[in-house]
Every structure is written in structure tokens, then in C-alpha cells.
Ligand binder design. Structure first.
Ligand SMILES: [Zn+2]
Length: 78
């Protein structure tokens, strides 16, 4: 399953938070809501959860980089 990520740097924030949360969609939404309530003073509402869900991005790079690294290892052994 494709992992999703939310990057606090994409959110308008006065505190310059640089947190990135990545994982499966439900995990990211839950963690991001907790973080936003705890650190950014948001309220945990269904509307806010929808807003976070809408701002999720596909996690970039990690899967492809992982495969590439394994391929290189295999090539080196041959
Ligand atoms: Zn934050």
C-alpha cells in the first residue's frame, strides 16, 4: 500500500514547525491531528480531519530508492 505523508512545512504556521509524518493514510491522519491539536492549538473536528486528509501527499522516493539500492547490491555481487 502506498504510504502517505504530511509535512508541517506545507502548513501555514507561525512556529516554523518542520515535522514530517509518514505512514498509511489512517495513521498519518490520526498522528497529524494529534500533533496539530497538541502543538498548533487546532481543534479535533471531522472537518479538520478532512482538511488534513486532503493535504496528504504520496510519500516520495523511499520505496524507489530502496529498490534501487537492492538492485545495485545485486549487481555488485555478480
Ligand atoms: Zn507542526
Amino acid at each position: 500500500m502506498a504510504r502517505k505523508m504530511v509535512d508541517c512545512r506545507d502548513m501555514p504556521s507561525e512556529m516554523g514547525c518542520t515535522l514530517t509524518i509518514a505512514g498509511e493514510e489512517d495513521e498519518v491522519v490520526r498522528a497529524a491531528v494529534m500533533h496539530a491539536v497538541d502543538v498548533h492549538g487546532h481543534s479535533d473536528t471531522p472537518e479538520f480531519r478532512d482538511q488534513i486528509r486532503g493535504s496528504l501527499k504520496e510519500e516520495e522516493g523511499s520505496e524507489r530508492q530502496g529498490r534501487g539500492a537492492r538492485q545495485e547490491e545485486g549487481t555488485a555481487r555478480q
